[in-house]
Design a protein around this ligand. Structure first.
Ligand SMILES: [Mg+2]
Length: 223
C-alpha cells in the first residue's frame, strides 16, 4: 500500500490568498482592532501558528482559548471569503488524483496546517474534497510534525499493509519536508507555492519539481 499525504495551500490549490479576508475579519471581531495579515509571511505555518504570530504582532497575550476562538471564527468566515478571489487547482493535481482514484494500492490523505473546517472549506470550493477520505489537521499551536505523526497513526489504523518506503508527503514548503522527515516519509516538493525550487532543494527533499508531473509520471514515481 502506497500512502500519499497531501498539503493543501500551494500544493493542491491556491486560494489567491482569499483566506486573508476571513482572517482579517475574524481578528477584528475577536480583538476589536484592525489587522492586516499581508504583513506576515505565513507559507507553511499552521492556522494556530498564524494566530500566535498575529497576536504577537499586535502585542496581545493569547491563551489557548483565545487562539481557538480566533481560528474557529476564521473557519466559519472562510467559505464566504473564498469566492472573493479567483484561485485555482494547481497543475496536474486533479488529473493525478483522478488517475490514482481507482488504484486499490494507493491512498491519498490530507496532511495540512489548516484546521479540519478550513481544509473542508477550501477543498469544497475547488471540488477536491471527494478525493480524500480523511486526513490530519492542525488542532493546536504545536509543531507541524505532530500533525504528521497523527496522519501516520491514522493510516496505520486504516490499513495494515502500509510499507515504510511507500509513504510520501507532497508539499510546497520546507515545513512539509521537515514534517515528512519526522515520520520517515519521502517528500515530493513542488515549487507552486511560497518557495522557489532552489530554496526547497536546500532542505533535501526526496524529489523536487517546478510543478507536479503528469499523472503517469507521478504514478511511476510513487507506486
Ligand atoms: Mg503549503
Amino acid at each position: 500500500m502506497t500512502v500519499l499525504f497531501w498539503d493543501i495551500d500551494g500544493t493542491l490549490l491556491t486560494t489567491a490568498r482569499a483566506g486573508v479576508f476571513a482572517w482579517d475579519d475574524a481578528v477584528r471581531e475577536v480583538t476589536g482592532r484592525d489587522f492586516e495579515l499581508a504583513q506576515i509571511r505565513i507559507a507553511g505555518l499552521t492556522d494556530y501558528q498564524i494566530a500566535v504570530k498575529t497576536f504577537e504582532s499586535m502585542g496581545i497575550e493569547a491563551d489557548e482559548a483565545l487562539l481557538h476562538r480566533m481560528v474557529d471564527r476564521y473557519g466559519e468566515l472562510l467559505p464566504a471569503s473564498l469566492p472573493r478571489r479567483t484561485g485555482r487547482v494547481l497543475p496536474n493535481v486533479r488529473e493525478i488524483l483522478e488517475h490514482l482514484r481507482d488504484r486499490s494500492d494507493v491512498r491519498s490523505y490530507l496532511l495540512t496546517g489548516n484546521t479540519r473546517a478550513g481544509a473542508q472549506a477550501k477543498l469544497t470550493h475547488y471540488d477536491l474534497l471527494h478525493f480524500f477520505p480523511d486526513g490530519a489537521f492542525a488542532e493546536d499551536a504545536g509543531e507541524r510534525s505532530a500533525i504528521a505523526a497523527r496522519a501516520l497513526e491514522l493510516v496505520r489504523r486504516a490499513h495494515a499493509d502500509v510499507a515504510d518506503d511507500k509513504v510520501f508527503v507532497i508539499g510546497d514548503t520546507p515545513h512539509d519536508i521537515h514534517c515528512a522527515n519526522a515520520i520517515g516519509a519521502r517528500t515530493i516538493a513542488v515549487a507552486t507555492g511560497g518557495y522557489r525550487i532552489d530554496e526547497l532543494r536546500a532542505h533535501d527533499p526526496w524529489r523536487v519539481f517546478e510543478e507536479l508531473p503528469p499523472p503517469c509520471d507521478f504514478a511511476r514515481l510513487v507506486a
